[in-house]
Ligand binder design. Structure first.
Ligand SMILES: CC(C)(COP(=O)(O)OP(=O)(O)OC[C@H]1O[C@@H](n2cnc3c(N)ncnc32)[C@H](O)[C@@H]1OP(=O)(O)O)[C@@H](O)C(=O)NCCC(=O)NCCS
Length: 159
């Protein structure tokens, strides 16, 4: 697996489609990430693509997941991450985070403060929370009743 910045319309369509599928599967809350918000994030955030190695020929690589990354204010923030269902539980998220930290976070921004990577997630998204904790994220705080249905948001950071 490897990561790269998105390169054009086909990567963007991969992302739009994966978000739509995740919403339909109930993995993202119904009101999260409506199309206009997705389009805004495609414009405003960095879009990183995780590719799977489906063979020795690199042209056989195909997108397996993505994250939106906001460059630092006081931290780098992942605003959304998703891995394709067939590619999950193979360390894809873990790999994405490791490469981001080595290649993006540490090379491009060297101050200790902004090398922190943050994200937030619904308290009841236990699959995502396990993946985050497995990748080394620790809970930094909670936002009470942050979502419209009353769920808290859990804030994570990785130093
Ligand atoms: C959350 C999400 C990104 C995690 O992606 P992932 O690539 O499956 O994550 P990882 O493989 O790195 O880790 C997840 C689990 O796989 C396990 N795993 C990692 N490599 C593995 C392997 N080779 N074999 C078996 N299990 C493995 C990890 O230990 C972890 O297991 P655990 O949950 O039992 O602790 C993915 O489930 C997803 O896209 N969910 C829908 C969208 C979503 O909820 N996004 C977050 C909202 S912002």
């Amino acid at each position: 697996m490897s990561i790269r910045l998105a390169e054009g319309e086909s990567d963007q369509n991969f992302v739009r489609n994966l978000i739509r599928l995740a919403r339909e599967a109930g993995e993202l809350w119904a009101h999260s990430w409506p199309p206009h918000q997705v389009e805004g994030e495609i414009q405003d955030a960095e879009l990183w693509i995780l590719e799977s190695d489906s063979g020795p020929d690199s042209s056989a690589r195909r997108p397996a997941g993505f994250c939106f990354l906001r460059p630092p204010g006081s931290s780098w923030e992942i605003t959304l991450v998703a891995i394709e269902p067939s590619a999950r539980r193979r360390g894809g998220f873990f790999h994405l985070i490791s490469e981001l930290r080595q290649g993006v976070v540490s090379d491009r921004e060297r101050s200790a403060l902004s090398s922190i990577l943050t994200l937030e997630v619904r308290q009841d998204n236990l699959t995502a929370r396990r993946a985050y904790e497995n990748a080394g994220f620790v809970v930094r705080g909670h936002r009470k009743s942050y979502f419209h249905d009353g769920q808290d948001a859990v804030l994570y950071e990785l130093k």
